[in-house]
Each structure stands twice: as C-alpha cells, then as structure tokens.
Design a protein. Structure first.
Length: 153
C-alpha cells in the first residue's frame, strides 16, 4: 500500500513524532510511506529516506512567519495537492487541522483517484484549533478566561 502523510510540522517536535513513528511502523509492515512536511530550504524541495520512510521537505519560500509558521502558505498547499496528481496513493493521511495538512488531502479526495483520506485531529487543542490563537479568543475561550490569561502576561 502506498501512503502519503501530510504534517504541518517544520520542526521535529510533537506531531512530527506521531507522524514519523506511525510511518516507520507501516514501513515495517511492508507499506511504502512518504511524509510531506515544511522544510528549512527556501526554494528547493529535499527528499531523504529515514528508517525506510521517504521524507519530502517542501520549501518554505519566504514569508513563513506571515503564514502562521508556514501552515497557510498557498505555494505549500498547492505543492501538496500536486503530489497527489503526480502519484496515485492508496491512503492520504492528514495530521492536524492546519490548512497545509488538511486542505490538500480534502482537495485530493475530490479528484476521484480512489485514495482513502484520513483527517487526524491529533493536536486540535493547539494554536489555531479550538483554543484559537494565543493572543485572541478561540471557540472555547470565554472573555473571562481570555482576560485571566492576559493578566498573567
């Protein structure tokens, strides 16, 4: 089975380890796994194999700080969608609610290529999830809770 995994992670923390460890486990069961993530290079994608997992680091271009740690860059989202055009995957697994992970998987599911698409909310409580941005109000924050948080800063 060919599996494509999208993660928003730029750095190897948190979600990255959930994605990578699952990928290694799938490779040990003779599946082919490719992870697409935001890399450190500005213009050229880099691909490497680690523990049998293909890791594609997509360029972050310029302005990653303008796009919520590179999770909302239109070029990145388009590149992830294009991955699904260039190869037919059996499973596309999007980790987190961030746009660069979830949106390309959802768009790819509309292509009719037969891939099973999984949306994984592994970190729904982080910035941009139900709690919203750290400085603003999110879905679950009340004004009282927001005021309390601001008074501690």
């Amino acid at each position: 089975m060919d599996v494509l995994m999208f993660t928003h992670a730029m750095k190897r923390i948190g979600t990255w380890y959930r994605v990578f460890n699952l990928a290694v486990g799938l490779v040990k069961r003779d599946h082919s796994v490719r992870i697409a993530k935001v890399g450190n290079a500005r213009l050229v994608p880099e691909e490497k194999i680690e523990d049998g997992v293909s890791i594609l680091e997509l360029p972050r271009m310029w302005g990653s700080s303008l796009f919520n740690d590179a999770t909302r860059m239109p070029v990145d989202i388009a590149a992830r969608f294009a991955l699904q055009l260039s190869h037919r995957y059996d499973v596309v697994h999007a980790f987190t609610h961030h746009l660069n992970a979830l949106l390309p998987a959802l768009l790819g599911s509309r292509m009719g290529r037969g891939a099973t698409v999984l949306g994984d909310r592994d970190d729904l409580w982080s910035e941009g999830g139900l709690l919203g941005a750290p400085a603003g109000r999110g879905l679950l924050r009340s004004e009282e809770h927001t005021s309390e948080l601001q008074s501690h800063h």
